[in-house]
Design a protein around this ligand. Structure first.
Ligand code: MN
Length: 130
């Protein structure tokens, strides 16, 4: 058993190449990683760029209100307690609602820490607005 205490967890700003707005990421606790597991906080209006995960991804919303989308069309509202599963290679995005913070746990079922995420273009205001 290994316990990673909150006091030993260093949040860092999400890179501008991956996100619109301010996002705070905690590192994945397992070393070496059996899966990429990240706690991510999005400030209101912040969201990921479009991206894909080769092995898919599960996100679980811990608090706040968020929005998710894929190429099928409009953004979908999600909130505390909701989970969203993205298929391998499915192009998608996730983020906070315009008027709420959102915290989610992401689980990338791959042996490398970020699941081999392929990052693409930002999500435009129209796509985000849904
Ligand atoms: Mn994702």
């Amino acid at each position: 058993m290994k316990i990673v205490a909150a006091k030993d967890t260093q949040s860092r700003r999400g890179p501008e190449e991956w996100f619109t707005g301010k996002v705070w990421m905690d590192p994945s606790p397992a070393e070496p990683p059996e899966a990429g597991v990240f706690r991510v906080l999005f400030e209101p209006g912040a969201r990921t760029n479009w991206h894909t995960h080769p092995e898919g991804q599960i996100i679980h919303i811990v608090s706040g209100k968020g929005r998710v989308g894929n190429e099928d069309g409009s953004a979908v509202e999600v909130g505390s307690g909701d989970s969203v599963c993205f298929a391998p290679g499915e192009k998608h995005w996730h983020g906070a609602a315009p008027d709420s913070f959102m915290i989610h746990i992401t689980i990338n079922p791959a042996a490398n820490s970020d699941g081999g995420t392929e990052w693409m273009e930002p999500v435009g205001d129209e796509e985000y607005g849904g």
